[in-house]
Design a protein around this ligand. Structure first.
Ligand code: F0G
Length: 431
């Protein structure tokens, strides 16, 4: 169906056609939301559930188009109804597993812990869910160049999806020396124009906004309302994975605050459509080295705090001025949410613990896990609450961090040992 969506300013309410591909309000410069008339389809909540279940169960036939197995486009009417199916650029993405926490949950006293493993996406992070939508829309609007600032994962996803569109150029602005080699190599491998800048993420963000204002280049950071429409599907898919049960908590690591905003927006839309009947609570977790959203929350959101973000093992969320703060604040308020922060020791131990239990999650994901454990200890999360922690990327994008942890003195360190090449030495080492 066409003409169902428009862009609406979150501050002044001004409205713009979706096809104008704006990433800020023309009147006041604030963030925009995609607003879609999802009631126009005339379906009930349970009819939507049936449709999405049928799509998920459909056999993966040779004839199928990639998007038919995508965990984003499974929900296509609710993602970007104005985009024709022929315009979809999909790898496909989403359809990630929801793992029961098992022994990890028991260790953290979270009896009903689940991990939504977004590291199982094509470029190993949740960014693919947004980028499939953003790049599809860029192509539909005739853009030949797309750009982003990034702490590493957005750039990998942008590069990979742009590479799937003949003639599309990706330009990525990266804080020099502040992302992992694995993330950097993804952008290089996909042929993106990769620019390392002598600044931090927030500096790259300011420059990419200037670049996209000066040239016909589509900005694909989470500031772009169309892109984060795809990320709404993380929460939706988790609910569907749970047999349409709404978790008590969804716990998300927060950097630029786009993902928390997206998940909240999606769940509000499903409440409105009757696809779900209750609200989960949302928890946004930051690393204490980069905690402006947490500091704002502590002040009851009376002030929008920004800071210079310090070094953290959770390098993908090393952000001092979260662009999507107003949207994330809106979702925290609506979902009776909380914001927490965790120390380097807490996040690194959670990283090691989750990986020891065989969940290959990244340090940024571990921020959310450590935050869930902290909220449990404080009694905010109850032992039997159904908790979904969103693991945002794969451990192997951060293998240097893992290796340093195990070679260092961390609580769960498991350092490798160098031995002479003899059976005696091996037997001695085994004790
Ligand atoms: N986890 C990972 C692995 C990330 O890469 C990011 C953001 C986040 C969590 C936080 O999400 O910004 O929506 O609050 N990475 C961006 C990037 C900034 O450039 O890859 P957010």
């Amino acid at each position: 169906m066409k003409g169902l969506s428009s862009l609406k300013c979150v501050a002044c309410g001004a409205s713009f056609p979706l096809a104008e591909a704006r990433t800020a309000c023309l009147a006041c410069g604030s963030l925009l939301d995609v607003v879609s008339d999802l009631h126009a389809f005339g379906r009930t909540g349970s009819a939507w559930q049936d449709l999405f279940d049928r799509r998920r169960a459909a056999p993966h036939s040779e004839a199928s188009r990639p998007f038919e197995t995508s965990g984003v486009w499974r929900f296509r009417e609710h993602v970007l109804p104005d985009l024709p199916e022929s315009g979809i650029v999909s790898k496909p993405e989403g359809a990630t597993r929801l793992y029961a926490g098992g022994a990890l949950g028991e260790e953290l006293s979270l009896a009903r812990l689940f991990l939504k493993h977004e590291g199982e996406n094509p470029t190993l992070s949740f960014k693919d869910r947004g980028m499939t939508v953003g790049v599809s829309w860029a192509r539909a609007c005739g853009f030949q160049t797309v750009a982003c600032a990034s702490t590493g994962d957005t750039s990998a996803a942008l590069a990979a999806y742009a590479a799937a569109v003949p003639g599309m150029r990706a330009v990525v602005l990266l804080p020099q020396g502040k992302i992992t080699d694995e993330q950097l190599s993804q952008a290089l491998a996909c042929g993106a124009t990769t620019l390392g800048l002598d600044t931090d993420f927030d500096g790259c963000m300011r420059l990419v906004a200037e670049l996209t204002a000066a040239r016909p280049v589509f900005l694909l950071n989470s500031k772009n309302a169309v892109r984060i429409e795809g990320q709404k599907t993380i929460g939706w898919e988790a609910v569907q994975d749970l047999g349409w049960r709404v978790p008590d908590w969804i716990v998300v690591p927060v950097g630029n605050a786009g993902n928390l905003s997206a998940i909240g927006k999606g769940l509000r839309e499903w409440l409105d459509l009757g696809v779900i009947g209750k609200k989960p609570r949302l928890a946004g977790i930051q690393a204490s080295a980069a905690d402006p959203f947490y500091q704002s929350y502590r002040k009851g959101f009376s002030e929008r705090v920004t800071r210079v973000a310090d070094e953290t093992a959770a390098s993908a969320i090393r952000i001092g001025a979260p662009v999507s703060h107003p949207k994330a604040e809106r979702e925290i308020r609506f979902f009776d949410g909380v914001v927490e922060s965790v120390t380097e020791t807490e996040l690194l131990d959670a990283f090691a613990l989750a990986n020891r239990h065989g969940f290959a999650i990244c340090p940024n994901s571990a921020v959310a896990l450590a935050g869930a454990a902290k909220l449990r200890q404080a009694g905010a999360i109850k032992k039997d609450d159904l908790v979904v922690v969103v693991a945002t990327a794969h451990a192997l994008k951060f293998s240097g961090t893992m290796s340093r942890y195990h070679r260092g003195g961390g609580r769960l360190a498991n350092p490798p040992r160098l031995l002479p090449a003899t059976l005696d030495a091996i037997l001695a080492a085994l004790g």
